[in-house]
Design a protein around this ligand. Sequence first.
Ligand SMILES: N[C@@H](CCC(=O)N[C@@H](CS)C(=O)NCC(=O)O)C(=O)O
Length: 225
Amino acid sequence: MNEVKLFWTFSSPFAQRIVWALKLKDIEYETIQEDLANKSSLLLEYNPIHKKVPVLLHNGTAICESLVILEYIDETWNKIARLLPEDPLVRANVRFWAKYNDEQLFPSVFDAFVNQGVKQEKAKSSALANLDVAEKQLVGKKFFSGESIGFLDIAFGWIANYLEIIEETSGMKLLDKERFPLISAWKDNFCDVPIIKESCPNREKLIIKYQRIRAYLTTIAAQND
Ligand SMILES: N[C@@H](CCC(=O)N[C@@H](CS)C(=O)NCC(=O)O)C(=O)O
């Protein structure tokens, strides 16, 4: 028995990581679309601590948190498309940068997305500074993981498609080609990988969804000012 189910929603960059990993490894799976405004009792049962997507269900056992799920997938289906490197030091470095993305880079961009005016400008400056740091990680490399796509590319993958949706729906520009030539080139390389290209979420649907998310979250942020 090898039953794989993914609780997800198309607008989640964290859930998208798991779609990419499963496809890169050619693993068959079933998706369960969650409505985050009305979470299913199964999602709450499988992820009682964070109550978030993605959740991977492997033969009935739940695994939560996208970076944890990515490692689980890589260790369980370890014959093809290895995502993490073998060397423990290089692995540690990969985990460091994935954590940097999740704890620093992505939150700063999201902060700029949900705020307006002075608060947005402040969040934008810190997002740009964090992107400068990510840019340096690509010096001399085609992918964050080296010559081919790996764990870090999936972790940073949201920059390749969700970032432009965030920019468009909030009217700010972050990924300027002149300031970020390496991330811009990486974005093209990443999107050119056939499996990534085939499994990217629909742009128009994302725009509509992110417009709604922003309208909702900016109202809440303004109320808390
Ligand atoms: N650290 C988590 C973040 C997942 C996350 O933030 N998921 C969002 C969708 S993008 C969610 O389910 N939000 C529901 C909520 O916050 O109630 C991971 O890496 O899996």
